[in-house]
Design a protein around this ligand. Structure first.
Ligand code: AMP
Length: 186
């Protein structure tokens, strides 16, 4: 079964874990623009140099840079049978560019899944993790930025009838099963 999905989830929502489970279950790659950008920065190539300043400042990298990168990645042979997009799109221009690209490849998105966890629960999860950069006000700020960025994208995909919200609380396997159920739904 071909599966082309976008996975939304706030930092601390468990998106990474669920993406991994989907990769294992379906044998399709997880494509994370954050990972691709970090690799470009580490490689010190031109793309990485263009992205670095924005990343260091915690800002979004220019749409054209990220879109170009995704374009190239989606044309790789391992993405032909499907993919899980993680961290992309992050803006409406990115979402529109993705639709155009996938349309030209005749491989439209199937679903956009939002792994939903109450902000209070995320704050508790991340505080329990106890990393140095996980102060409560920093976490709340990151969540606010995420919500602000994601809301227009949710509306965009709702209009296409592709959006589904999945509850991200509970057992990891149970959450995975909820996602799978949404993927099977017509
Ligand atoms: P992430 O690992 O998804 O949190 O991404 C790390 C950083 O890479 C972000 O803070 C942005 O600076 C940049 N980045 C990742 N994905 C995107 C995107 N789709 N659009 C713009 N910038 C991005």
């Amino acid at each position: 079964m071909q599966l082309r999905i976008v996975l939304f989830g706030a930092p601390g929502s468990g998106k990474g874990t669920q993406a991994k489970k989907l990769v294992e279950a379906h044998g399709i790659p997880q494509i994370s623009t954050g990972d691709l950008l970090r690799a470009a920065v580490a490689a010190g190539n031109e793309l990485g140099n263009r992205a670095k300043a924005a990343m260091d400042a915690g800002e979004l990298v220019a749409d054209e840079v990220v879109i170009g990168m995704i374009h190239e990645r989606l044309n790789a042979p391992d993405a032909v049978d499907g993919f899980i997009l993680d961290g992309f799109p992050r803006s409406l221009p990115q979402a529109r560019a993705l639709d155009e690209l996938l349309e030209s490849l005749e491989r439209p998105l199937h679903r956009v899944i939002h792994l939903e966890v109450e902000n209070e629960e995320i704050v508790q999860r991340l505080l329990a993790r106890g990393r140095a950069d996980d102060h409560e006000d920093t976490i709340r700020n990151r969540l606010q930025v995420f919500d602000r960025q994601t809301q227009p994208l949710i509306e965009y995909y709702q209009q296409q009838n592709k959006f589904v919200a999945v509850a991200g609380s509970g057992e990891l396997d149970q959450i995975h099963a909820r996602i799978e159920a949404e993927l099977l739904a017509p």
